[in-house]
Design a protein around this ligand. Structure first.
Ligand code: AVJ
Length: 322
């Protein structure tokens, strides 16, 4: 047991209010949609971990291989003394970076940021055993609010891994990148993991696996609404849909009503109607061209200094300097 310092910028009550607002707005919209952040309760986190081990889901293992290869160069090029990880979750991939930094003896602090305080504390306790001399200072908050919540300690490297930046639509993504640039001092770095545009069949299979784990993960958002808002969704009455939207360059996940339904959501005092076949959008996961993403970084005030990609060009790690 360690005592990790955690700054809480987002309370349970804030999250509850955000959930209600997202549900009210998203289910009144045409077409209906919900933000992907609500997938991740305890079961959602477990289902996502199971996804990362599926044969079809290449992003996690591809990124891990890239990190293993690039970590020493990342440590040397960034010269970071503080590693900030946005959306750290279990901080599993961070270990590779921390190990590389440990060899350079430069790192003085690790700052995991996540919406879940318990996952930060859990990760911090585990890391304290492997890296007993590394102070950990957690930040509970939304990765989109980084401008306000990034501690100003040392020479920072901000890591945003897993391809999660793809959950942001272009405007939100530009705002996010500008926000991070604003929060950093000249010379500090951002490390981003991005899914690259590849064969649509390969991309779609990653979001529509044989075993149906992703389908269960997708339907989990309805379980979350049932539990937290007292809603009466019947998740089995929604079919998992994953498609490649070439015009927007993103994978989209939807839940399609198998029949006409009426759903009560007591906590927000609404009743929502679904027509048979109506679809609820639950996630976009943008895939990038290296040039295009480099352009987005440049527009936000970064210099995309280093890029690492796998043999099949399915995923990339980009190190950008402010
Ligand atoms: C955690 C956002 C990177 O978009 O690939 C996995 C989430 N959704 N399978 C992704 C996800 C369906 C994942 N990210």
């Amino acid at each position: 047991m360690t005592t990790t310092l955690v700054d809480v910028h987002l309370t349970e009550a804030d999250l509850e209010a955000q959930l209600r607002a997202d549900v009210v707005a998203g289910l009144a919209a045409v077409p209906k949609s919900l933000p992907p952040k609500w997938f991740y309760d305890q079961r959602g986190g477990e289902l996502f971990d199971a996804i990362t081990r599926l044969p079809e889901y290449y992003p996690t293992r591809t990124e891990r291989a890239l990190l293993t290869r690039a970590a020493p160069e990342i440590a040397a090029a960034s010269k970071a003394t503080t590693l900030v990880e946005l959306g750290s979750g279990s901080s599993e991939k961070t270990r590779l970076l921390l190990t590389a930094f440990a060899e350079h003896e430069g790192l003085e602090m690790y700052v995991p940021q996540d919406v879940s305080e318990s996952s930060i504390r859990f990760a911090a306790d585990a890391l304290a055993i492997e890296f007993p001399d590394l102070p950990v200072r957690g930040v509970v908050g939304d990765f989109t609010d980084t401008t306000a919540t990034l501690p100003r300690a040392g020479h920072r490297l901000v890591a945003f891994l897993g391809g999660t930046i793809g959950n942001l639509e272009p405007d939100a993504r530009a705002a996010f990148l500008h926000g991070v640039a604003e929060a950093l001092d000249p010379g500090e770095c951002l490390l981003v993991g991005i899914g690259l545009v590849t064969d649509p069949a390969v991309m779609i299979a990653a979001y529509d696996d044989e075993e149906g784990v992703t389908a269960e993960f997708n339907r989990n958002v309805l379980h979350v609404l049932n539990r937290r808002l007292g809603a009466d969704f019947d998740p089995r009455m929604f079919e998992h849909v994953a498609l490649w939207d070439a015009a927007h360059s993103w994978i989209e996940m939807r839940l399609r009503a198998r029949r006409e339904m009426q759903v009560r959501i007591p906590a927000v005092g609404t009743v929502v109607d679904f027509a048979a076949g109506e679809e609820l959008r639950t996630e976009v996961s943008a895939k990038f061209m290296l040039d295009g993403f480099g352009g987005e970084l440049t527009a936000a005030g970064f210099d995309p200094a280093h890029t690492w990609t796998d043999e099949a060009s399915r995923f990339a790690l980009v190190l950008a300097r402010r």
